[in-house]
Design a protein around this ligand. Sequence first.
Ligand code: ZN
Length: 186
Amino acid sequence: MADNEFGCTKWGKDWVRFAESLRQTRPNTQLPSARRMVCDGKVQITFDGRTVRAVVRRGRGTTVTTIEVAPMSPGTTEEVSRRLSGAQPVLTDDLYVAITDAGHAPAPELVSVDCSCPAADPRCIHELAVYYDMARRIDDDPRIALDVQGFFQASAHTSEASTSATPQRWIALNTLDPAAYFIVAE
Ligand SMILES: [Zn+2]
């Protein structure tokens, strides 16, 4: 997998930015290694609401990285819901731009990031690998970008909507039941 295949959608790119913002201050030789770890399947992610738990294997070691994502703001939730209410809504880059232009950028914010490794670096290679793994997952299924911000939590059927579907580049959201999965904007 080429490096540029991480974050090839705007939804996934938000997670690449968590890793690559370090580039602005200094070269980070850990980034290529982190991407390689993802390609080699070293990152295993499970979701618990807005918490991302990742078991990362590197060499002989295994670490656990935990990332808590902030809930999507009510304004952004309403904007996304409104734009998904039409016929055959899909989470395209165009939709991302439209939501952003409306003043409700859907980019996630992180509440906390913890890793079990002893690295002194504020962002260790395990955390970088998780950011890239999230980007790749979201590129395949942009609904994860919303789900991990609690967008679908208003529904009682969240588990069915989240990550169990067959990965596709674009997901037709009308395959879900809008009444069950989307908050209706007033
Ligand atoms: Zn670590």
